[in-house]
Write a protein that binds this ligand. Structure first.
Ligand SMILES: N[C@@H](CCC(=O)N[C@@H](CS)C(=O)NCC(=O)O)C(=O)O
Length: 202
């Protein structure tokens, strides 16, 4: 594989994190191009849609976090071969992306507007997805979202769950996941203690 450069915020989370995690799991060297929130206005000018993550690959800037995650996951052995298991994997990734998009729309709100918007998202889409993820995980045997093994869907869910549990998001109680989605909380702990994921954060 040619040189890979991943451009994303300097944070251990968000849309860029599953890409970094997959590359780490496959032992692939990459340029981890991180920037601060203050630098975003400048960085986005050089991206195709004014958005990140962007991955430079084969001399081309490639966008869309889930597409990128799947591309690397296929090479890392972290994407199902079976078409139905792949569908289950994609479904989880896209469902999380939908809610992430809704939460993203609140990031620059303040005061009452922020409180109202977040409370509406908690009562609606977040409650819905937490219950759905919990039920789906349980139906798949309780450990992983697809193929009975770690896939890119687990990495995406891990990053999302960690974000919700972090307490970093005002008006999103850190207790939501423990209260609503115990199987998802156990999944978070399972992925956190996976040796490859552990070694990334060490
Ligand atoms: N569809 C894109 C969405 C990327 C996206 O919205 N990224 C956020 C940061 S996590 C961003 O750059 N937002 C700025 C904007 O949309 O104007 C993807 O899947 O990668």
């Amino acid at each position: 594989m040619t040189k890979i450069k991943v451009t994303y915020f300097d944070m251990n989370g968000g849309r860029g994190e599953p890409i970094r995690l997959v590359l780490h799991c496959m032992g692939q060297d990459f340029e981890d191009d991180r920037f601060s929130f203050n630098e975003f206005a400048e960085v986005r000018k050089g991206t195709p849609f004014g958005q990140v993550p962007v991955v430079e690959l084969e001399g081309e800037q490639v966008t869309q976090c889930n597409a990128l995650g799947r591309y690397f996951a296929k090479q890392a052995g972290l994407y199902p071969e079976d078409a139905y298991q792949a569908l289950l994997c994609d479904e989880v990734m896209d469902a999380i992306e939908d809610v992430t998009h809704k939460l993203g729309g609140t990031l620059f709100l303040e005061g009452e507007a922020l409180k109202n918007a977040r409370e509406r998202i908690v009562a609606g889409p977040i409650t819905q997805i937490l219950k759905w993820l919990d039920a789906r995980l349980t139906k798949q045997g309780g450990e992983y979202f697809a193929d009975n093994r770690l896939t890119i869907a687990d990495l995406k869910a891990f990053v999302f769950t960690q974000w919700l549990c972090s307490g970093m998001l005002d008006h999103i109680p850190a207790s939501l996941v423990p209260d609503m989605a115990p199987a998802l909380l156990a999944h978070l702990e399972r992925v956190t203690s996976d040796p490859k994921i552990k070694s990334y954060y060490e």
